[in-house]
Write a protein that binds this ligand. Structure first.
Ligand code: GLN
Length: 483
């Protein structure tokens, strides 16, 4: 059977109604990995043995997992030389939840080292390529997750988002990206980048697939003190909505400034027009504090990074330095200098600086206050609207290495995604259309629309995104992966 035109839910239904078998599904995706992964290098590790545990909800389908989620006895590297041989003795809570409901695979996908980066080219293990281009980045840090689902080497993937990690990859790879409110899930045994921002969630072909995994994964973890103690069960009525006559869509004017690529701007404006034609009331809003979001993020995030990564010191996890040393400090320094890459080192240094006694008040504390103002900005906006819509990224996918020598430029492309991360809001990005230009030979490059709702209003997000998806029917597969 060819599963290419099916969604995750449809594949599960076919297994449950005996029209196919779990073995056939497993072989189908395994064959595709063998055939195509050498082209895009999405996978860091594929366990060829399947797990067939417990429940039936997922009918033993395979799911690709970002290499940041600990899986028992399976290499979990965070795409770093520092953890290259690390096999955790435990599963992350989200992995436990998926296994309990019948996920069958232990397939690890590539990422930027410790999730820091915007291209997946700062992975110390592999360079993943966007299946939509011949030499284009899948963005990052969860580029492996996005490329794997876009090329249909897995029917869904798990990722974490700290600042934009998957909204950008999803948007340039043509898959549905979903992130709930920060409090909906557990980070337990997910290798930490910046704990007040890290949010694990899913990447799928359709909005309904995202909702299925959301229902399985959202729930309290008693080992995680930021997870809320109630479960969100989706009301099936939301799937019946056919238009937007019941919503007010707010478009923040700051986000259509001139540094947005003309291709992206045109497509997003057209998507907003489509929502208007389907009945939505469109209003412009002002989010004055969000212009400080990047500066705030690039102070708070490195501060948390420098704290979280200090545990990687040689004493724990594994030893891989043969350099000589005369005392323990020197040993730590040798090992950390040798096995972290530049991007990670840059952030550890920056983070240690903003947390130092001299600069703590001037940087860290001020940034924490600005974060509160950004949260207030969103609260005020949501008193007057149901959803905020803007682009995901300011440009289409770059060529590989195009901006790697200019980290600042790379950081600036986080402008559209960081505000929702700082404010712990649910967000989703789905296909708007694609851009074409003679300069890109025959490449067509996807552009995504980004939707944000108030905290804990994930169901409204699903309802609006599903309506948009059914009105537009924009899903496509990249050429060359289509058989
Ligand atoms: N571009 C962001 C950064 O480098 C991505 C982080 C993330 O979401 N993992 O910080």
């Amino acid at each position: 059977m060819n599963f290419k035109d099916l969604s995750l839910i449809e594949i599960i239904e076919k297994i449950k109604s005996w029209k196919t078998t779990r073995q056939e599904v497993w072989d189908y995706f395994m064959n595709r990995i063998e055939k195509y992964d050498s082209k895009i290098k999405a996978y860091n590790f594929v366990n060829k043995k399947w797990l067939s545990e417990k429940d039936w909800k997922l009918a033993w389908v395979p799911i690709a997992i970002k290499d940041i989620f600990c899986e028992k006895n399976i290499p979990t590297t965070s795409a770093s030389k520092m953890l290259e041989d690390f096999k955790p003795p435990y599963n992350a809570t989200v992995i436990e939840k998926l296994l309990k409901e019948g996920m069958s695979s232990q397939w690890k996908v590539n990422m930027d080292e410790f999730a820091m980066g915007s291209t997946t080219a700062t992975s110390a293990l592999n360079t993943t390529i966007n299946p939509w281009g011949t030499n284009r980045i899948p963005w990052g840090s969860s580029g492996g997750s996005a490329a794997a689902v876009a090329a249909w080497l897995a029917p869904a993937a798990l990722w974490t988002d700290t600042g934009w990690s998957i909204r950008q990859p999803a948007s340039v790879c043509w898959v549905v990206w979903f992130k709930p409110s920060y409090w909906r899930n557990s980070r337990f045994w997910v290798n930490a980048m910046a704990s007040s921002l890290d949010t694990p969630w899913t990447l799928t072909k359709t909005v309904k697939d995202a909702a299925l995994l959301y229902e399985i994964m959202n729930w309290e973890d008693t080992k995680e003190n930021t997870s809320i103690p109630w479960k969100d069960i989706i009301d099936s009525k939301i799937w019946e909505t056919k238009n937007f006559s019941w919503i007010k869509v707010w478009v923040p004017k700051q986000y259509f400034e001139e540094w947005l690529d003309s291709w992206v701007k045109e497509i997003i404006e057209k998507a907003i027009e489509d929502m208007k034609n389907a009945g939505a009331e469109i209003v412009e809003i002002d989010l004055p504090m969000t212009k400080y979001a990047i500066a705030t993020y690039y102070i708070l995030m490195p501060a948390e990074v420098s704290t979280n990564l200090s545990r990687l010191d040689w004493i724990r996890y594994w030893y891989n330095s043969d350099k000589q040393y005369s005392n323990t400090d020197e040993l730590f320094m040798n090992n950390r200098a040798e096995w972290f890459w530049d991007e990670v080192k840059r952030r550890i240094i920056l983070g240690s600086y903003v947390l130092s006694a001299w600069y703590y008040d001037a940087y860290y504390q001020k940034a924490a206050k600005v974060r509160t103002l950004i949260i207030e900005d969103f609260k005020k906006a949501f008193e007057k609207c149901d959803i905020i819509v803007w682009p995901v990224s300011p440009s289409v996918a770059w060529e590989l290495w195009e901006k790697s020598d200019d980290p600042l430029k790379m950081y600036l492309s986080d402008a559209y995604t960081i505000p929702a991360s700082l404010a712990w809001l649910p967000a989703m990005s789905i296909p708007a259309w694609y851009a074409k230009s003679e300069d890109w030979k025959n490449e067509i490059l996807p552009v995504w629309i980004h939707m944000i709702t108030p905290q804990f209003e994930e169901q409204k997000l699903f309802e609006i995104a599903n309506t948009y998806e059914s009105l537009t029917k924009h899903y496509k597969m990249p050429e060359g992966y289509n058989d």
